[in-house]
Ligand binder design. Structure first.
Ligand code: SOE
Length: 390
């Protein structure tokens, strides 16, 4: 008999939807000690909240997140609200003895991430930071190949995360475009993913040199009722300042190797709807991966004779590929939503074993240091050591 684990989900947007789907699926796909129960959802818009709760089968709802988090029947708080509120929600949850699962980016600043990590450590609760792309079989397998030494010494990581959803100058000034709500533009939203992958595959980053641009500096204000948690489509004729980047290009130095890395993030890459990409080049081999073909990993083995070398396309659908033994019959592909199911499975496995998941809020702190260093570097026009920023 599985133990019930009562979940409170804070937020009803896109991530609220994906997380609800994954909490529902995880104990059906994986053999876990826990069975998540969608106990209560928090939202800021009464109509959205009631349809969300009905659609996903939550037992209860509330428009007061503190009330939700402090309920004695809640075991785990899942934060899918805007970045601005992550820290307060996570700290309050930890203080109330709840395990915390939090969407990326971790929070707005290095000191907020430290506060989140400390609160969880002090309370002895789990902290889990959701960088779901690590959980893709191909990405996990890429790390395995690197750790097995199949790439040898790593020379380069080239990451890119490109989107195009705000290229229209009439796209409204939603919370994503305000620094005080989001911390940064694609630098935080997408760069946090790329940096997580760079750390996952290559190692700790210790310096950053960056350039950033904001192409559209003023945008129409969103319509009424859309100020904080939702985008809103009914915009007004008044305009407001965009206070985040539209694109950021980073050069990365690594702590324990001479590897040279880069990471380009943008919301102005036309046609790139959700293009998360990396290449890793080593002394013995190279890897290429792209979210649009998430079941595939390209591998070039430099130990083969030069004349026959070439990238081979590995389909990650065998039972012995990471996560795949629990999914469909061999040879069948998986999609975006499975990355969250895999993430929740890993999180619940750590909870059952009492081990710290990775990434957690300490990793969030490291990622925030890189993002903050990139921000300083772009503004001051110089290379910045990650330790410099707090
Ligand atoms: C929007 O840019 C977004 O939903 C990100 O916030 C997610 O983290 C990314 O995975 C997909 O795009």
């Amino acid at each position: 008999m599985k133990k019930k684990l009562n979940i409170a989900v804070l937020g009803t947007g896109f991530m609220g939807k994906v997380h609800s789907y994954a909490w529902r699926a995880v104990s059906k796909i994986f053999d876990l000690e826990f069975e998540p129960v969608l106990k209560v959802a928090f939202g800021t818009d009464a109509n959205d909240l009631s349809s969300f709760v009905e659609r996903w089968g939550y037992e209860d709802s509330s428009m007061n997140w503190k009330e939700v988090v402090s309920r004695p029947d809640i075991d785990l708080v899942d934060i899918v609200a805007p970045t601005l509120v992550h820290k307060d929600m996570a700290v309050f949850a930890a203080e109330n003895g709840k395990n915390v699962f939090c969407e990326k980016p971790c929070c707005l600043s290095v000191s907020d991430a430290q506060a989140m990590a400390e609160a969880c450590e002090k309370a002895g609760v789990l902290s889990y930071l959701n960088h779901n792309y690590r959980r893709i079989p191909a990405v996990s397998y890429a790390r395995q190949l690197i750790q097995e030494g199949r790439l040898g010494e790593i020379y380069h990581f080239r990451g890119a995360y490109l989107q195009d959803w705000i290229m229209d100058p009439n796209f409204p000034l939603t919370w994503h475009l305000k620094k005080e709500f989001a911390g940064g533009g694609p630098l935080f939203d997408l760069g946090s993913h790329s940096i997580d992958l760079a750390r996952f595959l290559v190692g700790e980053i210790d310096s950053v040199t960056a350039e950033m641009r904001t192409f559209i500096k003023d945008r129409p204000l969103p319509g009424t009722g859309a100020a904080t948690f939702t985008a809103g489509t009914n915009q007004s004729s008044e305009k407001g300042k965009v206070t985040v980047d539209d694109a950021a290009f980073l050069l990365l130095g690594f702590e324990n190797s001479e590897a040279l890395g880069s990471c380009d993030v943008s919301r102005f890459a036309g046609g790139r709807r959700n293009y998360n990409y990396f290449e890793v080049y080593g002394a013995k081999g190279s890897l290429v991966w792209n979210l649009e073909r998430l079941n595939e990993l390209q591998f070039l083995d430099l130990t083969e004779p030069y004349a026959t070398q070439g990238f081979r396309n590995i389909m990650l659908t065998a039972g012995d590929h990471p996560y795949m033994s629990k999914w469909w019959a061999g040879g069948h592909i998986v999609g975006y939503e499975t990355t969250f199911v895999n993430a929740m499975s890993d999180c619940l496995t750590c909870l059952a074993k009492g081990t710290a998941p990775s990434p957690n809020f300490r990793d969030g702190e490291k990622i925030l240091q890189v993002l903050a260093a990139a921000d300083v570097s772009a503004r001051e026009g110089r290379r910045v050591r990650c330790q410099e920023v707090q």
